[in-house]
Design a protein around this ligand. Structure first.
Ligand code: PXP
Length: 252
């Protein structure tokens, strides 16, 4: 299992003060030394954390594979293509959201953007919900990989195992345990379906030190992109230790 460490929230901390530290560029050496496989960054349209310069400096450092998450915004995609990261993951974006709330709905436009990215020699992944229909459409887009959205799985795990309550996440679910079991089974089934279609299968969103074991059991999933929980843990034990603790849970 590969680990992509999403370091957006280092920039969130910088932007809390609108100054020039902490610098996400400093993190790449720590992430590499800790043994992670790639850095993931989300260049959002609203630039709420990572900015254009961060992306450029990190890609140009050539230290580790870089995966950039982006909407299909033409200016951003053209900028990313000019920088040639290892891979681009297309994600949906909504200006009002706290974080990426659901998977992409695949349209002809997404197919065209995938083609443009692949034609420039960059790998593509599509961040989608665990749903056979979207996986089939992803295959028709000719993407290299999909990343299954684990957000609802992760929120339900918290609701079932911690003091987080349903209303915190505005979830209206009668039987959270049953829903959790259904969602986990669905992620499992969809990972198999996608692998059988020849897609590489990744997962991410909301994964943490407690819930990641359930996803690691799914053999078809070969890469996890994890950000918030690792950066949160790093506050207490340092980034290198936080990454090593996660690697110990996911490497098999
Ligand atoms: N994968 C994708 C496609 C994402 O959009 C995000 C959030 O930016 C993540 C993984 C990481 O999510 P988290 O920060 O909840 O671990």
């Amino acid at each position: 299992m590969r680990l992509g460490v999403n370091i957006d929230h280092i920039a969130t901390l910088r932007e809390a003060r609108k100054i020039n530290y902490p610098d996400p560029l400093e993190a790449i050496f720590i992430v590499k030394n800790a043994g992670a496989d790639q850095i993931t960054l989300h260049l959002r349209e609203d630039r709420r954390h990572i900015n254009d310069d961060d992306v450029r400096k990190i890609i140009e450092s050539h230290q580790i594979k870089i995966n950039i998450e982006s909407s299909t915004n033409k200016q951003i995609i053209d900028y990313l293509i000019s920088l040639k990261p290892h891979s681009i993951t297309l994600v949906p974006e909504n200006r009002m959201e706290v974080t990426t709330e659901g998977g992409l709905k695949i349209t002809d436009n997404i197919k065209e953007v995938v083609k443009k990215i692949k034609d420039s020699g960059i790998k593509t992944s599509l961040f989608i919900d665990a749903c056979d229909d979207e996986i089939q459409k992803a295959k028709e887009c000719n993407t290299d990989a999909i990343e299954l959205h684990t957000g609802l799985f992760s929120n339900l795990y918290l609701i079932l195992n911690t003091n987080l309550n349903l209303t915190c996440n505005k979830l209206d679910i009668k039987n959270p345990l049953q829903k959790y079991q259904e969602i986990l089974k669905n992620i499992n089934d969809c990972a198999k379906f996608a692998k059988n279609l020849g897609l590489e299968v990744y997962a991410g969103h909301g994964l943490n030190y407690q819930n990641v074991g359930e996803i690691v059991k799914i053999d078809e999933i070969t890469e996890l992109n994890i950000g918030h929980s690792i950066i949160a843990r790093a506050v207490f034990c340092g980034l290198e230790n936080a990454i090593k603790e996660m690697l110990a849970l996911i490497k098999k």
